[in-house]
Design a protein around this ligand. Structure first.
Ligand code: SF4
Length: 361
């Protein structure tokens, strides 16, 4: 069975003040060396892939020509979903990032880091480009024939209100996006946001919860359907690649900090670009794919955990003790049980970690 391929690009043009991801500012030399290292890591891989995802960091910093070089090394099926994450500021100018070259190489999905449809909010998030530039990037991708576009939105941005959120969602819908990912901003330790959280006018936890529920409703009113805690799509435009993670299917990750799950084994590359470029092998991370892990991932989805699918995969159904615990959580509106399926409600998604822990431990 074909697998998913994740290529990590650890480069960013500048550091966003809330982000603690591992990323560095690239030079031409580093880009060339990194591209060659990814190509080398892919060279003798025997698997076929039906989804490919270039994530980061900022993959558009690598340049379209290098993304095409990498794709040439992988065995990618003809009807594969191939996604590239892009930053609007890399792609908005005519003659900048070459979407046509990507399209010719089979790339058929672009994920654009919009974060907000309001310029002041984008600025507060440290984003260099404004909404006009994001619009230009979307139009350039579409003109090159890539119209499966997903936009990222952030909830809990300094100064964000229900009205500005509505404007952001309206921007996404009217831009023709087929998919939206909406994440609640977390202020990770060590970031500028964390150090200055008292001065930043950040919405508190209750306000973020309200923004999340409002966001779900606004997006669903457009005809998109929520299919995961943070993900919404028109029918047929769900991310096939990310569904592999949530369905506990196999994928190969290439690049520093990229994780893999193949033949029941988990392994990863250390979070160190030099060791990756020096050809260090991935590190063993033990066995994966047991029922607990499968259930934990399935419960992130609106389809939830199915007794039938569990039986098909493991030869046994959802244990009775989990149904018993679930019964108690239905009483307080955090989940539902229906036809042998346990699934979280929107209120449950807001506290998904606690609900899932309560169910499975
Ligand atoms: S948020 Fe994205 S673009 Fe900004 S620094 Fe982090 S990885 Fe880079």
């Amino acid at each position: 069975m074909a697998k998913g391929l994740y290529i990590h690009i650890p480069f960013c043009g500048s550091k966003c003040p809330y982000c603690d991801f591992f990323s560095i500012r690239p030079t031409d030399e580093l880009i060339e060396k990194y591209t060659l290292s990814v190509c080398k890591a892919l060279k003798n891989v025997p698997y076929e892939f039906d989804t490919v995802y270039f994530g980061g960091g900022t993959p558009s910093q690598l340049g379209a020509d290098n993304i095409c070089r990498i794709l040439e090394e992988a065995r990618v099926e003809a009807k594969a979903e191939i996604t590239v994450e892009c930053n609007p500021s890399d792609c908005c100018e005519e003659n900048s990032f070459d979407f046509s070259a990507l399209s010719k190489s089979g790339v058929n999905r672009i994920s654009l880091g919009l974060q907000s449809g309001i310029d002041t909010e984008r600025k507060a998030l440290g984003r260099r480009a404004g909404v006009k530039e994001a619009e230009a990037a979307i139009n350039r991708a579409k003109k090159a024939g890539i119209d499966n576009i997903t936009l990222d939105l952030m909830l809990g941005v300094p100064g964000q209100t229900a009205d500005t959120l509505k404007e952001s969602v309206n921007f996404c819908v009217s831009s023709g996006a087929k998919h939206i990912s909406a994440y609640i901003l977390k202020t990770e330790e060590g970031t500028y946001y964390y150090k200055n959280r008292d001065k930043l006018n950040l919405p508190d936890e209750d306000a973020c919860a309200d923004l999340y529920l409002e966001c779900c409703e606004l997006i669903e009113r457009s005809g998109m359907r929520q299919y995961e805690i943070s993900n919404f799509a028109y029918p047929g435009f769900e991310s096939r690649h990310n569904l592999k993670y949530w369905h506990c299917e196999e994928y190969l990750g290439i690049g520093p900090a990229a994780h893999s799950f193949i033949d029941g084994k988990r392994f990863y590359y250390p979070r160190d670009i030099d060791s990756f470029m020096n050809g260090c092998a991935p590190v063993n991370d033990g066995d994966g794919g047991d029922f607990e892990e499968y259930a934990m991932l399935a419960l992130r989805l609106t389809e939830g955990l199915s007794d039938k699918k569990t039986r098909e995969r493991y030869g046994f159904g959802i244990p009775k003790k989990i149904f018993d615990r679930a019964e108690k959580l239905t009483d307080i509106g955090l989940l539902n049980i229906d036809s042998g399926r346990i699934y979280l409600t929107k209120k449950g998604f807001l506290v998904s970690n606690s609900v899932i822990t309560e169910l499975l431990t």
